[in-house]
Design a protein around this ligand. Structure first.
Ligand code: 0A1
Ligand code: ZN
Length: 862
């Protein structure tokens, strides 16, 4: 395999500062595919142009390719290779270069390039997969117009799709047929796609803001057609939303989405032909949870929005990845916020950021939003690039305000349409249209690490004095940090009257320390800070449990209210772990107030009363003791369960017989129902397992069924537990996406035998590493189950390393993404740390390791 590196061999590091313009441009390309799973012949015709005065040859990237023929202007030339790449010596400034290769999609287990998935053929080219299909300058700043012709067996592959618009098709004598597609928009090679398969489409038409008709199609296997309505609806809603909110109109006559079962990521924004992991398309109430429904809408929107933020304007190089990803996540978050409760959406997004990005930023793989170097770019599709990147855009939107932010995005789309741009280009548009200087703000792109803000508020006579300070922790390669610009929304409330003492203020903390004085403060004030999570930072305050409880009941910003409750819970749990003497009273009272406040949206209540996860509690502590954290959290859960048992039961009972409806109200009802069921079980109530099993059996939707399964899987009620696990398996044995939930739910169990159970599940006949969703459902879920993964025996570490080494041989990209839990050894006791390091060392020393894995594992050892 071409991209396999041994640890002994120094892997090549790509650096941002080494960027150079391409030597050759390729304004036009024609591709001719003779498709066959075992042997596909690819002929490529490249019209190349020398980009400046130089005498360098044309170097075409390749990965595992052998050219059977190379022609220049119609004349065959000798094949010259430089490692995996093809070198073509050219005398003039413009030539036609033709190459021919043969590839074997059915042997492509990496799922990059052209591969086979459940009988169909499809491509994945981002970031560097196109070079596995044909020789090409496979970099995002080489933009070409594509003409694609595909020929394939008509019976096996009746549908042939590619980017752009279809221009012709026909039958051939030998049972084969052909189709041709032209994409008029110049695009980089990573946006190329083709699909061949026996597929059916859910079709619709969309009329754009300027009256153009677009044919929409969502392509799936025949049996899945009825499960595409939600995705199609989400597509139409996103197309309208992008017109209304960003003024962006779709630009081709056709927009197709194809669902594939084997896919390394969530989905891919190929021009006019999005390819999706089927988990982000297929939904009906019986197989998809509310979480799935929301994720489908968000991913459909995300990929559609890339048509402008990613495709019309692409990235100059892969260091600029957040230019398209951070902005597009920000856009999809805005879309989702507009479809339901914006407050709940913000809470979910912040929870996700804290669960994945904050740990990344605090660990050995921390990197800036615009990285400086990489070994394997696939390893940089991270929460930092995506989610912190979105927070950086959000902060600029906050600083500019909505009108100027819209003017700035208009300017960006106009100024850079049709080009490959940089993060710097984007920030300059924000400055130009916003009339603001973002010089210091740019540090958000260059400095890694989550900033920490300390805030302390003191009342002095009729005034309040707020002292703020900031630090940015050292991260790999960045020992010393400069102060950031932190937009902080804040407000003061009177602790006696509960009244606001001032309007909400937006301050920009730029210095290491700052002081703000509030005049006319008649009563002791309580500080509400970082409202709406206006900056992605950690805030340490001197607020008492009383102040936090007060804010959790009275703050007018729903996010701040949630945050106060979370902080109160965290303070309580951390104190309980460190002192061993739990004091649960403040949390119990605050949860009661929230549960009984009739003005609150049930979806919000359900978020607010949930305890922080084991790992988030661990993230607050210098040394993580997984068992003590688990015990402290369980004790608080039990007390909350018992103290409020009547409230949980009535909340559960009130919506027990609701019929499924996918609406904000329906989702909110199911959320509080399942959170309540969890607390009833935590209380130790004797009928809890029966209640859960009854819900499991009676529910008409997957949210309630999986919610009940989750409760039972963690329970000690052997009989009910086994009944549910077994029934779920039998009911969904034929549905891969639902079986993933079966594996995942068991891997997330809080029982003390989970490590053994996961090892047994890895040997289950339905488990396979060949399908990325299945691999992630067990191994990925296990890696975030803090207690089980950190089983003191070290068996969890050994299991993960064994699985990753096996997976690396098949699919390095997916394997490498699952490694980070092993890299957190610095936060654990010496015994665990030594065992984790030993596994990392074993991985790094493995002969034939991929460079994906090598990068993640070797960096994790530092
Ligand atoms: N651009 C896609 C993510 C993506 C990245 C790499 C892939 O290769 C396997 C696939 C998809 C997105 O942001 O959705
Ligand atoms: Zn994206």
């Amino acid at each position: 395999m071409a991209d396999i590196h041994s640890a002994a061999e120094a892997p090549r590091i790509t650096r941002r500062e080494d960027y150079r313009e391409p030597d050759w441009r390729v304004p036009e390309i024609e591709l001719d595919f003779q498709l066959d799973p075992a042997a596909t012949r690819v002929v490529a015709r490249l019209w190349v142009q020398r980009s400046s005065e130089h005498d360098r040859p044309l170097v075409l990237d390749g990965d595992g390719l052998t050219a059977s023929r190379v022609r220049v202007d119609g004349v065959e030339v000798p094949v010259e290779m430089d490692g995996p790449n093809l070198v073509v010596r050219l005398s003039g400034s413009a030539h036609l270069v033709e190459t021919e290769v043969e590839i074997a999609p059915e042997r492509n287990t990496q799922l990059q390039g052209l591969y086979a998935s459940n009988g169909m053929l499809c491509t994945q080219c981002e970031a560097e997969g196109f070079r596995r299909i044909t020789f090409f300058p496979d970099r995002p700043d080489v933009l070409s117009r594509y003409k694609v012709r595909m020929t394939a067996d008509k019976a096996r592959f009746p549908v042939l799709l590619s980017n752009g618009d279809p221009v012709g098709s026909g039958a051939l004598d030998d049972g084969r047929h052909w189709a041709e597609w032209h994409d008029p928009f110049p695009k980089p090679s990573y946006l190329f796609a083709l699909v061949a398969g026996d597929l059916v489409a859910n079709r619709s038409t969309f009329t754009t803001m300027n009256g153009r008709e677009v044919q929409l199609g969502i392509w799936v296997r025949a049996g899945d057609l009825e499960r595409t309505h939600h995705a199609l609806n989400a597509l139409e809603t996103s197309m309208r939303w992008d017109e209304q909110v960003y003024g962006r109109e779709y630009d081709l006559d056709v927009f197709n989405i194809v669902a594939v079962d084997d896919f390394n990521f969530g989905a891919m924004e190929n021009k006019g032909l999005n390819v999706f992991n089927s988990r982000y398309i297929l939904a009906d109430p019986d197989i998809a949870t509310d979480y799935d429904y929301d994720a489908i809408a968000a991913v459909v929107a995300h990929e559609y929005f890339h048509n402008w933020s990613g495709n019309r304007i692409t990235c100059r190089d892969w260091f600029q990845l957040s230019l398209k990803e951070g902005f597009t996540v920000f856009r999809d978050q805005g879309f989702s916020a507009d479809q339901g409760s914006a407050a709940v959406k913000r809470i979910e997004d912040v929870r996700g950021l804290r669960a994945s990005q904050f740990p990344e930023d605090a660990g050995p793989l921390a990197h800036p939003v615009r990285p400086d170097s990489y070994i394997e770019i696939s390893n940089f599709y991270t929460a930092t690039i995506y989610n912190k990147g979105a927070e950086v855009i959000r902060m600029m939107a906050t600083i500019l305000g909505p009108e100027k932010f819209r003017a700035a995005t208009d300017l960006y789309f106009e100024r850079f349409d049709g080009t490959a741009a940089t993060c710097e280009d984007f920030v300059r548009c924000m400055e130009d249209a916003g009339g603001t200087d973002l010089t210091q703000f740019r540090r958000w792109y260059s400095q890694a690490g989550t900033p920490r803000v300390t805030a302390s508020l003191k009342q002095e006579g009729g005034r309040a004095r707020l002292t703020l300070s900031q630090t940015v922790p050292p991260t790999p390669g960045q020992p010393d940090k400069q102060p950031m610009v932190l937009p902080l929304k804040l407000r003061l409330f009177g602790s006696v009257t509960g009244r606001p003492l001032c309007d909400e203020q937006l301050i920009q903390l730029r210095d290491p320390t700052a002081e703000i004085v509030f005049e006319s403060i008649p009563e002791p004030p309580v500080l509400s800070i970082n409202r709406g999570f206006s900056a992605p930072v950690v805030v340490d305050t001197n607020r008492s449990a009383r102040d936090l409880a007060f804010l959790s009941a009275h703050d007018d910003d729903p996010f701040a209210r949630y945050e106060a409750m979370q902080q109160l819970m965290l303070d309580t749990l951390v104190a309980s772990v460190t002192s061993g003497r739990p004091d649960h009273d403040a949390v119990i009272d605050a949860v009661r107030n929230t549960l009984t406040d009739p003005a609150l949206d049930p979806a919000f209540v359900a978020e607010a009363v949930l305890l922080p996860s084991d790992s988030f509690i661990g993230d607050q502590m210098a040394l993580v003791d997984p068992d003590a954290i688990f015990a402290a959290r369980e004790a608080l859960r039990r007390d909350l369960g018992r103290e409020h048992e009547a409230l949980w039961r009535s909340a559960h009972e009130a919506v027990r017989n609701n019929r499924f409806e996918y609406s904000p109200a329906g989702k909110g009802a199911r959320r509080i129902k399942n959170v309540s069921l969890g607390y009833i079980a935590a209380s130790g109530a004797r009928d809890a397992a029966d209640l859960a099993l009854a819900q499991f059996e009676a529910s008409d939707n997957m949210t309630d069924r999986q919610g009940a399964l989750g409760v039972l899987v963690s329970s000690t009620a052997t009989e009910q537990r086994a009944t549910a696990i077994d029934a779920f398996y039998r009911r969904y044995a034929d549905n891969a996406l639902v079986l993933d939930k079966w594996f995942q739910t068991q891997a997330l169990s809080s029982r003390d035998d989970t490590a053994q159970a996961v090892e047994a599940l890895a040997a289950h006949p339905a488990f396979t590493l060949a399908n990325p969703n299945r691999a992630r459902s067990l191994i990925g879920a296990f890696g975030v189950n803090q207690r089980a993964f950190h089983d003191v025996s070290g068996r969890g570490y050994r299991f993960l390393a064994d699985q990753l080494l096996a997976l690396d041989k098949l699919n390095p990209q997916t394997a490498a993404k699952l490694l980070p839990p092993l890299g957190r050894w610095k936060r654990f006791d010496a015994g665990r740390a030594a065992k984790m390091r030993a596994e990392l060392e074993r991985i790094v020393a493995t002969p034939g390791l991929s460079k994906d894995m090598f990068e993640q594992a070797s960096k994790s050892l530092d």
